[in-house]
Ligand binder design. Structure first.
Ligand SMILES: NC(=O)c1ccc[n+]([C@@H]2O[C@H](COP(=O)([O-])OP(=O)(O)OC[C@H]3O[C@@H](n4cnc5c(N)ncnc54)[C@H](OP(=O)(O)O)[C@@H]3O)[C@@H](O)[C@H]2O)c1
Length: 255
């Protein structure tokens, strides 16, 4: 159960945080993994770690906002492994700017990475998935795709809402071709990009407790919480699941 033996997974942003946890877990359950990110050193370090664990992994240095890079990363994965079964659109940015301070550039970059990157991967992988009559896309959105947040960046929230809508429309269109498309919406998971929300507080321990108190399950997320959800959606056990948004948030949305 929940094995990915013989499968190949491409994971964008697989060199840190949630993406790295997904890459580790997928490799652990038998998948061959292709990690896409811009920084070479972090990518190579992740591959070295996965290889040491006994996994099979490559890093492809690419930017998800470049259509040429997206195509090249898909080609490189196919050249290396000869097949592709799963794409996880995990790369994301959050500039954390309030409405008044949001520039066109902030809005554009946020949508470019968070929504357009996933569109580009879907567009270029779909013909292959259709031809092989199987394939699976997992998009990493965020709780803000479905829940308002007074302190949230509007560009980030809107881009994740767009990713959720993209997920549903692709699921409806390509289900008949054997392709499943799903979404995960994490709550707050401290990672490289957002740990400073806690660390930069005058009293980081108090800030952490404050955040934790908001969650019915009494703790913040861990990258592996999201990785387990991604594994479920990518696995054969989720064979009748498409178009969903799996909220993994310690119960926050239920409040
Ligand atoms: N952590 C949370 O609390 C949380 C909550 C809700 C949703 N999410 C979503 O979960 C996903 C992962 O978040 P995280 O916290 O793990 O982020 P992270 O630690 O900042 O990692 C982001 C990853 O994406 C890569 N990346 C960023 N821009 C890219 C680009 N243009 N092209 C290729 N790769 C790019 C980064 O590598 P390079 O910089 O080397 O390219 C890095 O590997 C994101 O989509 C995020 O919005 C996270």
């Amino acid at each position: 159960m929940f094995r990915l033996d013989g499968k190949t997974a491409l994971i964008t942003g697989g060199s840190s945080g949630i993406g790295r946890a997904i890459a580790e877990l997928f490799a652990e359950v038998g998948a061959r993994v292709a990690i896409v990110s811009r920084r070479l050193s972090a990518g190579q370090e992740t591959v070295a770690h996965l290889t040491l664990m006994g996994g099979q992994a490559i890093h492809i240095q690419a930017d998800v906002t470049s259509e040429a890079d997206v195509r090249r990363s898909l080609d490189a994965t196919l050249d290396r492994y000869g097949r592709l079964d799963i794409v996880v659109n995990n790369a994301g940015v959050n500039r954390r700017v309030a409405l008044e301070a949001t520039t066109d550039d902030d809005w554009g970059e946020t949508f470019d990475v968070n929504a357009r990157g996933a569109f580009l991967y879907a567009k270029h992988v779909m013909p292959r998935f259709q031809a092989q009559r199987q394939g699976c896309i997992v998009n990493i959105a965020g709780l803000l795709a479905v829940k308002g947040g007074a302190g949230a960046s509007p560009a980030f929230a809107a881009s994740k809402g767009a990713l959720l809508s993209l997920t549903k429309s692709l699921a409806a269109r390509y289900g008949r071709d054997g392709v499943r498309v799903n979404c995960i919406s994490p709550g707050f998971v401290p990672t490289e990009s957002n740990r400073r929300l806690i660390d930069d507080a005058p009293d980081p321990a108090a800030r952490r407790r404050e955040f934790e108190a908001g969650y019915p399950l009494g703790r913040l997320g861990r990258p592996e919480d999201i990785a387990y959800a991604a594994l479920y959606l990518a696995s054969g056990e989720a064979g009748w699941v498409t178009g969903i948004n799996l909220v993994v948030d310690g119960g926050l949305l239920a409040k």
